[in-house]
Design a protein around this ligand. Structure first.
Ligand code: URA
Length: 265
């Protein structure tokens, strides 16, 4: 019989060792029980400690996100949210594309020009590369992956989103994870990794490792892995070797998690 784990105590111990500078990522992944994550009830996010003012955009985003009980409702909540200034200059809200009942969720950074026009994430050059990469490991937005971003409106001139814009949109991305409870959360690029994992390590350190996405109020940690962003690979093609290793690491984990895939093209 499996020994029973006191997850609260385990998490506190991991946090203690992490604060002492010890790398605890592999250990966290061990207790990121996928089975529990797949069946636990969807929790309402609890308010955080350093609460922003009740009328702040972040608080409004949290309230709206918490009120969404389905992914469709969350999509509507994002579309109706006026608290992020980026919406004023964007053509479309870009929320998510793919299979809403998928076991895999991929989160990137922010829409660019093509995504802004289409109202869908990852449809430009980097999106086409992403689709080809995912197809190599049997993932397709037509059937078994949902693709979203941490920001839902194109930053003007494709500039980096500000920390304020990221914080304002984050409750929606967090709610998406809570509603979907994916067996695997793939974070592509630095911005998504930092926002979702709440850590500042370089993406070259984070990529390809078995990590755990945790949030207060989430019944169980969610398996998470970081991969290099396809736009970075278009700029730095010599890094495709690392991207290939990331894909292999994801494929191995998907196999272990029993995630259904489509046959390769
Ligand atoms: N880059 C991203 O991170 N997301 C998109 O939707 C498009 C490009």
């Amino acid at each position: 019989m499996e020994p029973e784990i006191d997850r609260g105590a385990a998490r506190a111990l991991l946090a203690f060792w992490r604060s002492a500078g010890v790398d605890m990522d592999e250990a966290e992944a061990v207790y990121a029980a996928p089975a529990a994550a797949a069946h636990a009830p969807v929790p309402k996010p609890k308010p955080r400690r350093a609460a922003p003012a009740a009328d702040s955009p972040i608080e409004a985003a949290r309230r709206l996100a918490a009120g969404a009980e389905t992914i469709a409702a969350l999509r509507e909540a994002v579309a109706g949210f006026d608290g992020c200034a980026l919406k004023a200059t964007a053509r479309n809200t870009v929320f998510a594309d793919g299979a809403e009942d998928a076991e895999v969720l991929l989160i990137g950074e922010a829409p660019g020009k093509d995504e802004d026009q289409a109202g869908k994430p990852f449809v430009g050059r980097s999106g086409q590369l992403l689709d080809r990469m995912l197809a190599e490991i049997g993932l397709s937005r037509q059937s078994n992956i949902l693709i979203s971003n941490t920001i839902y409106w194109r930053p003007p001139g494709n500039r980096d989103p500000t920390p304020g814009e990221t914080a304002t949109c984050l409750p929606f991305a967090e709610r998406l994870v809570a509603l979907m409870r994916p067996k695997l959360l793939i974070l592509t690029g630095k911005a998504a990794a930092h926002a979702m994992l709440q850590r500042e390590d370089g993406v070259l350190k984070l990529r390809g490792r078995r990590l755990a996405y945790t949030r207060e109020g989430l019944a169980a940690p969610v398996n998470a892995i970081v991969m290099l962003h396809p736009a970075y690979l278009l700029r730095q093609p010599q890094q495709k070797r690392l991207a290939w290793l990331d894909l292999l690491a994801i494929e191995t984990w998907l196999d272990e998690l029993g995630v259904q895939r489509v046959s390769r093209p």
